[in-house]
Ligand binder design. Structure first.
Ligand code: NAD
Length: 260
């Protein structure tokens, strides 16, 4: 379905971003990967799906590096048809104890980076398809883009912000073939969440299994993690023709978290 298209997925060396990159590659899209840590293993996993893969190590908190990454994508594949703004970090603390430097980093990586990548991707998407436009911008927000939780001020502010950015991006392009939507996962067992399980287990002197149950039980009625594969399938749907008129939604996949 996506053969000949190029998808740039930020933060795709791990977790949800890697799951989405693999799902788009399974549909034939070439992938521009980004993120830190081990690059070779996830790159090989994507290449094994029979598509071309390139990697750029831009730090998403730095606008100049985001510009370099977008130029790199244009040089490698002629442009970006699908932009998935996924890179993100977390820090957990009450507001009065929240380090100002962590606030700035979360707003930069989880929110401002999406603005920069979007503003740089839009002109080519708007010009595509003989000027009628074609493009897909998918912002990986969170259920925390819809509801709050204590001790996550920067994260919840950034994720509510990205849901707002999603709506405005969708509206400004509503008469073109460029759509923008947000995906709002509940708990997904990635390194970002494993750190929170570990912190709970240590603080409450309990096993990993007990801490996991407690974490799910506090928020997620299904008592199940959403998987990167399920989120990848949702991203594929948003890239499909069937989703041509899905614009500005924030679609939660959260085991009933926000339904309460
Ligand atoms: P993860 O830690 O597994 O992956 C995060 C990715 O972002 C990694 O590839 C990492 O290298 C990259 N990254 C971090 N800082 C970066 C920077 N400055 N520049 C470039 N890349 C950077 O986490 P994840 O759980 O897969 O999270 C991915 C996204 O999903 C985040 O936006 C997160 O907020 C969101 N999310 C996660 C969950 C969850 O339960 N795990 C739930 C809702 C939303």
């Amino acid at each position: 379905m996506l053969k000949g298209k190029t998808a740039l997925v930020t933060g795709s060396t791990s977790g949800i971003g890697l799951g989405i990159a693999k799902a788009l590659a399974q549909q034939g899209a070439n992938i521009v990967m980004n993120g830190f840590g081990d690059v070779e293993a996830p790159k090989a996993e994507i290449a094994a799906l029979g598509v071309q893969v390139a990697y750029h190590g831009a730090d998403m908190s730095k606008p100049a590096e985001i510009e370099a990454m977008m130029q790199f994508a244009a040089q490698q594949f002629g442009g970006v048809d699908i932009l998935v703004n996924n890179a993100g970090i977390q820090h957990v603390a009450r507001i009065e104890n929240f380090p100002a430097e962590r606030w700035d980093a979360i707003i930069a990586i989880n929110l401002s980076s999406a603005f920069h990548a979007t503003r740089l991707a839009l002109p080519a998407m708007q010009a595509a398809n003989g000027g009628k436009g074609w493009g897909r911008i998918i912002n990986v927000a969170s259920v925390h883009g819809l509801v709050g939780s204590a001790e996550k001020s920067a994260y919840v502010a950034a994720k509510h912000g990205i849901v707002g950015l999603t709506k405005v991006t969708a509206l400004e392009n509503a008469t073109s073939g460029v759509t923008c939507n947000a995906i709002c996962p509940g708990w997904v067992l990635t390194p970002l969440v494993q750190k929170q399980v570990d912190a709970k287990a240590a603080a409450l002197h309990m096993s990993n299994e007990e801490a996991t149950k407690l974490l799910l039980g506090e928020k997620e009625p299904s008592m199940q993690f959403t998987t990167p594969e399920e989120l990848g399938a949702l991203a594929v749907f948003l890239c499909s023709e069937a989703a041509n008129n899905v614009r500005g939604v924030a679609w939660n996949m959260d085991g009933g978290w926000a339904a309460q």
